[in-house]
Design a protein around this ligand. Sequence first.
Ligand SMILES: [Zn+2]
Length: 583
Amino acid sequence: MNRLLFFAILASFIFSSCADESAIKEMKTPFESSDSIETTTYEEAIDWWRALEKESAYFCLKEFGETDAGLPLHLIVINSARNFNFESIQKSGKIKWLINNGIHPGEPDGIDASMLYARQILSSEDFEQNFEDIIIMIIPIYNVGGALNRNCCSRANQNGPESYGFRGNARNLDLNRDFSKADSKNALSFIELFAHWNPDVYLETHVSNGADYPYTMTYLLSHPDKLALPLSNYVNDHLTPILQSKMLERNDEMIPYVNVFGTSPDSGYSSFYDSPRYSTGFTALHNSIGLLTETHMLKPFKQRVTSTLNFLHSLGEILAKDVKSIKDARIAADEVLQKQSEFILDWEIDKSQSELLNFKGYRAYYDTSEVTDEQQLYYDRDTQWEKPIQYFAHLKAKVSVASPTAYLVPASWNEVVQRLQLNNVVMKIINHDSTLNVTSYRIKDYSTSPKPYESHYYHYDVKIEEFENEVDVIKNTYYFVSTDQIKKRLIIEMLEPQGPDSYFNWNFYDEILQQKEGFSSYVFEPEAAEILKNDDLASRLDEFVALDSSVNNNARSKLDFIYKKSAHYERSSHLIYPVFRIE
Ligand SMILES: [Zn+2]
């Protein structure tokens, strides 16, 4: 026997000796053991996945990154080639599909469905053949802290399971609002994982809130209008219709996520605008296709888990066959992005165009509530209707910006630097003194949420004023971030202050909103008199006073106006956005 053949046989023996695919079929999940009324706990889930790892050579369970709960995140990698080396997986050209469960542990359908899915595919005779070109990665439970906060009742509108985790994580953060700002250790770990593995397709599992209707499964994709054209073409023309028909074949008809709260879907509804704080908005920044399952909260738990399992099988079948289309679409999307010169930062639903969606609904009606004595919306499930309704599928631009050649990002705002680096943005520290011509932004106006939202007093409606400037760069104090790189969209949406989920809006640059020095009126007043002798300034003060009657009897406001025109005012830092554009 030649040496190579000997080692090949030895290797196949080693790989197969620890695997017993037939034993996998016998591995009941906690969901099954409970007669489908309970979801697995965090500890049960990890134990079960570890037990599965012992039985299957196609499977590897890794720990990655920290969570706010102090326990690690886990990642399951399923590869029919039995190879879990990152570099060789990257080189393999296979599709990488990442499934994320338990971001909201009160919505646990995917946690249990993923266990059933992995067991079913791994124990199928055709596994190697059917999954030859796809790597499946599963995060069993992403919100570990929320999963540990097990309770009976926090999902008031949900039909089972008997107990489940809580929406907030160990710091009470909603992780599906945390993908751009990344306050949680969970999100920081996730971003690193996502940027490193670069999944082609991402699926996150949820349970809905809102209106009542007969469908068990609703779905949401990275908004196609926000994807580069080759990806949105693939999603619109191929992935979505085939996914719908495959679910229909499984007798599980589904409908786009019913984004309806407080009213009924009778008169139509709009698609969901997923800015980058949401997972599917975040994955779009990486030119990856994001999907969400949103099972209907009033359907029994068992039915919802089955529907999520149907979705996993349907999507898996499509992805396993579409390797070339998806790879080609992503490469083409990257090329389109490199040539793109104008980027939309903020979007809104385009009410001028709608399509007809054939919808099955329950009769909605209003009646006087015995509790409140007020009119209340109810659904009559005995009366079902089916009709085309208006579906507003498209977004239109609200705020756009031209791409610069590069940004200068100050090293001193290290939380921003850390997030950009975790996202695999290429950043080069400028290691010599230089003077650069840049475009600067003055923050002219902004609004701030009056109450904390996800631990922030979040900004919105930012108005900026551009001006050309020269910046003296001291070596090692600024990063040069070229936009000629694969993360172009992410760089622009995070660094342009008007992006709804920009670092500016999430308070990373709030330091510039505060004035650090001031004046005592009695000290400054004589100097103000001198300054005012400048005719132009006197007339501008008159205009200023005329514009705002409250200033008329306000000495301090008048002096402040003059102070801000004086040499004392910190005009290079106050309200000056410290990230500069190189055009
Ligand atoms: Zn959710």
